[in-house]
Design a protein around this ligand. Structure first.
Ligand SMILES: Nc1ncnc2c1ncn2[C@@H]1O[C@H](COP(=O)(O)OP(=O)(O)O)[C@@H](O)[C@H]1O
Ligand SMILES: [Mg+2]
Length: 290
């Protein structure tokens, strides 16, 4: 139990299993949640929503990147502490920015080329060599993450993106292919604590390891080097809650592939979901002014 009159904001889109677990953990920790449903909320530019009262910290669990960027920006402008910070969200939510920030921080991450036209995207792919990976800068669940095996595949994906894609698809993110051993690793960082780590095994013959794409999770013990890389990511982004994807290169090394700023954890944490939710509530409550 944290305290009897602790209250934090909780911005959400829908009551996902994670959000239900966080609400239950808050109740058992004695933390009141000022619930803000972004489906219904109308934000003013000059004041925080009245429902927040004198709340000083908000947990931003909005499911849409576009919404959480607005919420975190406006809330921080009015002095609210937001978990995760607007800056961390901005970097994590865009793979171009995230890869660049990781590389700049000296954290090993696969090589990336960024192009803005179909012709230069094809040049980028040809320079990277086959296979390589094209993925949307903004996206999740492995959607539109494509392993490009030859020039014909590259032309097809680039043509589809340029013809059917939206605003974000006109930025072509081309990444070095990592010959992973059929799995990658998801680790969950809360503040300076690694809450849990799992390896995610791709379905037989599949490229994607995402649990929403049919991958399966099992507990994984991070070695010292991986732990160090995970903490470096936390230092780079600032105190927060991050789902970090690590990918082994099959030669004893590994890369940090990407960082998720509003990570799901119901499937990956499994039976630990309640414990993780409790740590999240404790972390956010710890950021509120007392
Ligand atoms: N460069 C790569 N080499 C090998 N596998 C990759 C690469 N990039 C992505 N993958 C696979 O695709 C999955 C989804 O890619 P990721 O960059 O994490 O995007 P998302 O945000 O959609 O999860 C990864 O978990 C991994 O299994
Ligand atoms: Mg991922």
């Amino acid at each position: 139990m944290i305290s009897d009159n602790m209250k934090i904001g909780f911005a959400y889109t829908m009551m996902t299993p994670e959000n239900l677990a966080i609400r239950a953990a808050a109740a058992s920790e004695g933390v009141e949640l000022a619930m803000l449903n972004d489906e219904k909320e109308m934000l003013s530019l000059d004041a925080l929503p009245a429902a927040l009262g004198d709340v000083t910290c908000t947990l931003d669990r909005s499911s849409a990147f576009s919404r959480s960027l607005c919420i975190s920006y406006l809330f921080e402008l009015h002095g609210m502490h937001v978990v995760n910070s607007h800056e961390a969200q901005r970097i994590c939510g865009d793979k171009v920015l995230c890869s660049a920030a990781l590389a700049k921080a000296g954290i090993r991450t696969p090589k990336v080329k960024v192009a803005f036209s179909s012709a230069s995207a094809l040049d980028a792919v040809e320079e990277m060599g086959y296979p390589c990976v094209i993925k949307p800068p903004v996206g999740s669940w492995g959607r539109m993450v494509c392993k490009i095996t030859d020039r014909h595949a590259a032309e097809a994906v680039i043509s589809l993106k340029s013809t059917l894609g939206g605003y974000a698809d006109k930025v072509y993110y081309v990444q070095e292919y990592v010959d992973k051993p059929g799995r990658d690793i998801r680790t969950f960082l809360i503040g300076d604590e690694i809450a849990f780590s799992v390896c995610r095994k791709a379905k037989e013959g599949a490229f994607l390891t995402n649990l929403n794409a049919g991958g399966s999770a099992s507990e994984f013990a991070l070695g010292a080097e991986m732990e160090e890389a995970v903490h470096k990511v936390g230092d780079m982004l600032g105190d927060g809650i991050y789902g970090i994807d690590l990918i082994e290169n099959g030669k004893g090394g590994f890369f940090v592939l990407e960082v998720n700023h509003a990570p799901e954890f119901s499937k990956s944490a499994g039976a630990k979901i309640g414990k993780v939710a409790k740590k999240i509530v404790q972390f956010a409550a710890g950021k509120a002014k007392r």
